[in-house]
Design a protein around this ligand. Structure first.
Ligand code: 5AD
Ligand code: SF4
Length: 471
């Protein structure tokens, strides 16, 4: 993620924190009882964080314990992201760092998991002494065997993609958890082929997970005190398992318990249906929040991106959604400076943002990824300074829209699910409202604790947070 994007409030703020913490290795202590210890860092999207919990489950079953201190580890795993060049260069640097540690501790195993493993298998193994283990997103079950191979002195690789693997039967080991909210992966892979995107190549074909196993996982989480689940998939609206559609799945999960909040990500504008939105409106515990990546406000660019919708279609979807749920919280993803984007097309993105008034956004400049449709078909011809300037304009506008959106909430009262202490002060709680906005308020009522719902009256706001008082 670019430096610039981090200034803006978005629903990933918490996740970015988790990411920072996991980079420092704060996860996992005390989990697993094995003698050998693993240290895992996770980069990138929510799906990767969820996958790390599957990896932890596989490792724990084969006798590994976990450490937050990389210096105590027998096995270092990096669960990696390839979505933009920046993400990959950060990981190469980390690998160089671990290479220097390996020099002092030759027994240390270093493995690369996730999208970079899939994309760069050969290159990762080419540099001697860098990586012992390369494992793609569909091959985590084979980790114990691969680790044994490494222990016997070989390097081990499995980057086979699968059409079936959903890890449905594995119980994720919850890492970095706040004990209140958890991710549940409902599908893997992506069949969309957006021209800029490397994901279909690194995560393979789309497949949905059996709904019964999803409901079971949600029920277990609820019984263990969790009060929020986020259903994850690259494109949740195309979830389909036998006769169960995404709307049907949402309903099943909503019925687990009326005080279990249900969220989901990511939706695709071309696929989100009235059924889904109507189901959201019908169940109080399905949160009124949609992350609906638009990518661009120009129909010509959207066509080149192979997104399957136009500007007008997107705006119609927003109208449909607001028709069912007027107070919906909306966030989006935007790419600045895609191939051949003109100044006028860039302004169309700005005007679409103004029109929709997103509450938050993830904003990037285009980063060409080898092997993608766009890399093969189009020239990456918008100069970097122009990409960056356009991105800065997009961020500036979103900062204003986020501030205004939060200002509008002053004087309202929201039901907030308490997640824990606020980042700034142990005297304050933080939690999110239905629309996914972070709310901070003083711990006046001593009986309240994380996992409780509380009504909070909003007294002021910043671009990132609503500030209030429990009522
Ligand atoms: N360059 C810049 N941003 C990208 N994204 C995906 N691929 C690229 C790329 N090549 C962004 C999209 C997507 C989000 C997860 O990352 O906005 O929705
Ligand atoms: Fe990539 Fe498009 Fe699939 Fe999202 S929907 S993962 S952007 S191909």
């Amino acid at each position: 993620m670019s430096q610039l994007t981090q200034k803006v409030f978005n629903p990933q703020t918490l996740l970015d924190k988790t990411m920072d913490e996991s980079r420092q290795g704060s996860a996992y202590e005390g989990l697993g009882t094995g003698k050998k210890r693993a240290y895992v860092e996770t980069y990138g999207c929510q799906m990767n964080f969820s996958d790390t919990e599957i990896v932890a489950s596989v490792l724990a079953d084969s006798g590994f314990g976990f450490t937050k201190n990389e210096k105590e580890a027998d096995l270092v795993l990096l669960n990696t992201c390839s979505i933009r060049e920046n993400a990959e260069s950060q990981i190469w640097k980390r690998l160089e760092y671990f290479k220097s540690i390996k020099k002092r501790n030759p027994g240390l195993m270093v493995g690369v998991l996730g999208c970079m493993a899939e994309r760069l298998k050969k290159k990762l193994l080419d540099e001697s002494g860098l990586v012992d283990l390369v494992v793609g997103p569909d091959a985590y079950r084979t980790l114990p065997v691969l680790i044994e191979e490494v222990e016997s002195g070989q390097r081990a690789v499995n980057v086979l993609l699968s059409r079936e693997e959903t890890y449905a039967d594995l119980a994720p080991v919850r890492l970095n958890t706040n004990g209140v909210s958890a991710f549940i992966t409902i599908m893997r892979g992506c069949d969309n082929m957006c021209s800029f995107c490397v994901v279909p190549f690194t995560r393979g074909r789309e497949r949905s997970r059996d709904p019964e196993s999803i409901v079971r996982e949600a029920t277990d989480l609820y019984q263990n005190g969790y009060r929020e689940v986020t259903l994850l998939g690259q494109n949740v609206d195309s979830y389909k398992y036998e006769s169960v559609s995404f709307a049907g799945l949402l309903e099943k999960v909503a019925l687990v318990a009326s005080d279990l909040r249900v969220r989901f990500s990511t939706s695709h504008p071309k696929d989100i249906t009235e059924d889904v939105v109507e189901t959201m409106a019908r169940y109080e515990n399905i949160c009124n929040f949609i992350h609906l990546p638009v990518q661009s406000g120009s129909s010509r660019i959207l066509e080149m991106m192979n997104r399957g919708y136009s500007r007008e279609w997107y705006l119609e979807k927003i109208k449909m959604i607001r028709g069912f749920i007027p107070n919906i919280g909306l966030s989006t993803d935007i790419i600045a400076g895609f191939c051949s984007e003109t100044e006028d097309e860039h302004r169309q993105t700005l005007s679409l943002m103004e029109e929709v008034k997103f509450d938050s956004a993830f904003m990037f400049f285009y980063s060409q990824r080898p092997g993608t449709l766009a890399a093969r078909k189009y020239s990456d011809d918008v100069p970097e300074e122009i990409k960056k300037r356009r991105l800065a304009e997009i961020i500036e506008l979103q900062n204003r829209l986020s501030r205004e959106s939060n200002q509008n909430d002053v004087g309202k009262t929201f039901k907030v699910l308490i997640e824990g202490d606020s980042k700034r002060s142990k005297n304050d709680f933080c939690g999110r409202n239905d629309q996914n906005k972070m709310v901070v308020f003083p711990k006046d009522d001593l009986s309240l604790q994380p996992g409780d719902y509380v009504s909070v009256y909003i007294t002021s706001s910043t671009g990132a947070t609503l500030i209030g008082q429990a009522v």
